[in-house]
Ligand binder design. Structure first.
Ligand SMILES: Nc1ncnc2c1ncn2[C@@H]1O[C@H](COP(=O)(O)OP(=O)(O)OP(=O)(O)O)[C@@H](O)[C@H]1O
Length: 586
């Protein structure tokens, strides 16, 4: 097993912030109520032990009045009133139901809070993107963030509460029944030595041996469970990738390759599962055998005193019950070993993910110095490199004033898109100073992002769809050549699969027309369209957004000619920066 200390430390750091958060009062009230109800259940179990003794005594002494009182009403005893079974059961049912209900209530509130925190940490400050730049998926705990945020958090909350409450119940049960067992078990004389409360010692030895054996056999399950969670998530992710790239795979006739890759990933799922099965079988032989023997063990050990007449049947049943309670409380680790293994793996996955999020902040450079209050786009001695340190562009300096449109060209791989990322402020491997104007900027990448949901949402992204009036949206879509899609605005489909590359780029221009930015950056944002359509869309941008300054990255000369100025990137620097002369009228 991973060392217990680090797991507990991780679990503590994962749990405690919620109980210190702005929701701490509701969290604490729910937690305390759940604990109180669980303790009441333990109290009622103790009461049932006394009830059992009295009940079986009434059977043994054929005392009909006591028998009926103990079922339906209450019985006065030397120590006070003993409620009837009906009363105890009624209260027990009510408390048991609400103990679960309150614990589930706490679970969903806690999960909601923790999920929000992880989403903030992961999405905020573009950590998801920074992590994608640096992560080596298999070694630094950043694989499958989707699984960690959805499944692991849910498991962590549920298991922490259930295991925690269970452990507490067991400790309280243990001490309550240890007392009972001590008083009723009597003493035994072995080899001339009198051992008081001997059933307590028998229970202790029985549980210690069981726990030790279980730990010995069950230890590898922690690593195996951890692996299972990972290979399951990897398999699901591969299926998701196929779902998202149906056309690409179909066109390449890549089915056999995909099938092989999926088989390979599923092979890991099955292989690890077999290892879990073998280990669990081994463990179950021990735990089931241990549980079975525990059913009969106390009666066998206490029987000599019953047959010698030292104790009555009621005491024997109480001894058996108390021994069972003590033994099962002491064997908490034995019976929960695989749950603890799975909880510990979940804690590890969340802990490493959290540390990776923090590392993404610490280990990445801050990027170029940014000033967003200028009047122009200014690059002052900006150098860009790749994550491995390799230089891409060095000492780039230029200024774009408002109203002047420029195009950046250069061979494929010369670093145009990386410069675009640096301008957008998402490329951390940059030095120098980048000044951006205070006005609103919009960046349109080569592949427009299509969010999940309706076409309306895709068309207005990232604006709130409700904030764009129908007629404005319809007009913009019509102007951009997408009138045929208007009847489907409310349809929820995988739009990145359905729309053609050109249509997706038209949709990106719709977004620009709606957002009306003062500065519009386009990274080959119309390159999937035919040259005429590309020119028409640029003309549309000019008419619809007369106040907007365009900064484009483009390969086609026909697009470059729509701008006032051209910057050419080559050999890792700005090779030329020149005015584009208007084409002579034909
Ligand atoms: N996240 C990354 N990690 C490692 N290398 C990267 C990363 N992003 C870009 N590169 C590398 O940086 C170089 C420049 O890429 P970039 O996309 O900026 O070129 P480009 O000029 O826009 O090319 P194209 O015209 O083909 O779009 C390429 O060699 C690319 O492989």
């Amino acid at each position: 097993m991973r060392r217990v200390g680090p797991v507990l430390r991780d679990a503590w750091y994962l749990s405690i912030p919620y109980f210190r958060s702005e929701e701490k009062w509701s969290a604490l009230i729910l937690l305390v109520s759940t604990i109180a109800l669980n303790l009441s259940l333990v109290g009622m179990t103790v009461m049932l032990n006394f009830w059992n003794g009295a009940f079986f005594d009434s059977i043994q002494s054929k005392d009909w009045t006591s028998f009926t009182q103990l079922i339906f009403l209450y019985k006065k005893t030397a120590h006070g009133f003993l409620p009837g079974f009906c009363e105890i059961a009624a209260v027990y049912i009510l408390v048991a139901v609400y103990a679960t209900y309150l614990s589930q209530w706490l679970q969903i509130r806690w999960r909601r809070w923790l999920t929000a925190r992880y989403l903030d940490d992961w999405i905020g400050d573009r950590t998801y993107y920074r992590m994608s730049l640096t992560s080596k998926l298999d070694v630094d705990g950043t694989d499958n963030p989707d699984q960690r945020i959805s499944e692991d958090i849910a498991n962590f909350v549920t298991s922490t509460l259930s295991l925690g409450l269970d452990l507490m119940n067991n400790v309280v049960t243990l001490f309550s029944f240890l007392g009972i067992l001590w008083t009723i078990s009597g003493s035994i004389t072995l080899l001339g030595v009198t051992i008081p409360g001997y059933m307590v010692w028998v229970a202790l030895i029985y549980a210690i041996v069981g726990t030790w054996l279980t730990h010995l056999i069950g230890r590898p399950l922690v690593r195996l469970t951890f692996n299972q969670q990972k290979v399951e998530a990897d398999f699901r992710f591969a299926l998701m990738r196929l779902r998202e790239n149906t056309e690409g795979v179909a066109l390449y006739h890549g089915e056999a390759e995909e099938r092989g890759a999926l088989n390979g990933r599923f092979g890991f799922v099955v292989g690890n599962w077999w290892a879990i099965m073998r280990r669990t079988r081994f463990l179950n032989f021990l735990t089931t055998g241990y549980g079975q023997i525990a059913n009969i063990f106390p009666i066998v050990v206490a029987a000599p005193r019953y047959f010698s007449g030292a104790i009555a049947l009621g005491v024997l049943t109480r001894i058996s019950d108390a021994f069972g309670q003590v033994q099962s409380a002491l064997s908490w680790l034995v019976s929960n070993y695989s749950n603890i293994a799975s909880w510990s793996a979940t804690v590890e996955r969340l802990g490493t993910f959290h540390r990776s999020i923090e590392a993404a902040h610490v280990k990445l450079p801050d990027g170029a110095v940014r000033d967003q209050h200028g009047e122009a786009v200014v690059l002052d001695d900006v150098s860009l490199s790749l994550p491995n340190g390799q230089k891409l562009i060095e000492h780039a300096t230029f200024r774009v004033a408002a109203g002047q449109s420029i195009v950046i060209t250069g061979a494929s791989g010369s670093g145009k898109s990386t410069l675009f990322r640096a301008l957008a402020g998402i490329w951390p491997y940059a030095q120098g100073t980048i000044t951006l104007p205070a006005g609103q900027s919009l960046f349109l990448p080569q592949r427009p992002y299509m969010p999940l949901g309706s076409l309306r949402r895709a068309a207005t992204y990232p604006l709130d769809p409700a904030s764009v009036p129908d007629e404005v949206l319809a007009e913009a879509m019509t102007a951009c050549g997408l009138a045929h899609l208007l009847p489907e605005l409310e349809e929820k489909r995988g739009w990145s699969q359905v729309l053609s590359g050109g249509e997706q780029q038209r949709l990106a221009i719709v977004r620009a027309v709606l957002a009306k930015p003062e500065w519009l950056f386009l990274d080959e944002a119309t390159a999937n369209l035919d040259p005429e359509a590309e020119i028409a869309l640029y003309a549309l941008l000019r008419v619809r957004l007369p106040q907007t300054t365009l900064i484009s990255i483009a390969h086609r000369e026909s697009v470059a000619r729509l701008h006032d100025r051209r910057i050419v990137l080559a050999k890792g620097r700005i090779e030329s920066d020149s005015t584009i002369l208007a084409a002579p009228a034909e």
